[in-house]
Design a protein around this ligand. Structure first.
Ligand code: DX5
Ligand code: ZN
Length: 244
């Protein structure tokens, strides 16, 4: 099943001094979701923001809030992020001992449940969890900082998870180092949801729409069905080539 490409700008790369304006700008620029990176200085070596900031910015846009929790423990905070206005809550497979229970807790709060895998975590971790999931997030950098380089080693994992998902209604999200230059290979590997921070919050607010469009166009082109050479009727001279 081919699902539409979702572009989720990470506000970690926004200007925090003007966070409200930045969210309005990225919303108007065509963001599908707003990706919120929560870091605790314990699970990851950086601290970002928590539920109070998410609650404060929630009224500024109607877009889906895609909350990526890089915190441990996570269970004591799920309720706070749900109340703050998260729509999707993604937790790390490596952050706690009872992943199945944590995912049930997210759904019990009425939210979509996601699990994120660090680069060193194999896809087999989610083999028995697929029916608990609305989203799988493959980290293509080690979590903790924006602006890192994309890890190509993860492309094979993305492809394998795409196969595991099959026809299930689960989004396959990729996060870390995504740019207009690698969006095509990411989508071709099977991702349908692309997070990008530094590549999108680049330049002025008026540049954001172009930044989003560049990633979207590259990703969608990579997923377009290839023309079938054997069954296609021969093209007559002067006939336009139709792009699908
Ligand atoms: C990394 C975060 C990512 C990251 C994306 O820990 O989860 O969302 O900030 O930023 P870029 O696109 O700059 O890698
Ligand atoms: Zn993230």
């Amino acid at each position: 099943m081919t699902r539409e490409i979702i572009i989720a700008p990470s506000i970690l790369a926004a200007d925090f001094a003007r966070l409200g304006e930045e969210i309005a700008a990225i919303d108007a620029a065509g963001a599908d979701w707003i990706h919120c990176d929560v870091m605790d200085g314990h699970f990851v070596p950086n601290i970002s923001f928590g539920p109070d900031i998410i609650k404060a910015i929630r009224p500024l846009t109607k877009k889906v809030f895609d909350v990526h929790l890089m915190i441990a423990p996570v269970d004591p905070y799920l309720d706070a992020f749900a109340k703050a206005g998260a729509d999707v809550i993604t937790i790390h497979a490596e952050a706690g001992p009872h992943l199945d229970r944590s995912l049930q807790a997210i759904r019990a709060l009425g939210k979509k449940a996601g699990v994120s895998l660090c680069p060193s975590t194999p896809e087999s971790t989610i083999e028995y969890l697929l029916d608990r999931l609305d989203l799988v997030l493959v980290m293509t950098v080690n979590p903790g900082f924006g602006g890192q380089s994309f890890l190509e080693s993860q492309l094979e994992k993305i492809g394998r998870i795409r196969g595991m998902i099959g026809d299930r209604s689960i989004r396959l999200e990729v996060d870390g180092g995504v740019t207009r230059d690698n969006a095509a290979v990411v989508a071709a590997a099977g991702a349908d949801t692309l997070v990008a921070g530094s590549a999108l919050f680049r330049g002025k607010g008026s540049d954001y729409a172009g930044n989003i469009a560049a990633i979207r166009v590259a990703a969608e082109a990579a997923r377009a069905p290839k023309p079938q050479q054997s069954s296609a009727p021969p093209r007559r001279a002067g006939e336009a080539v139709r792009l699908r």
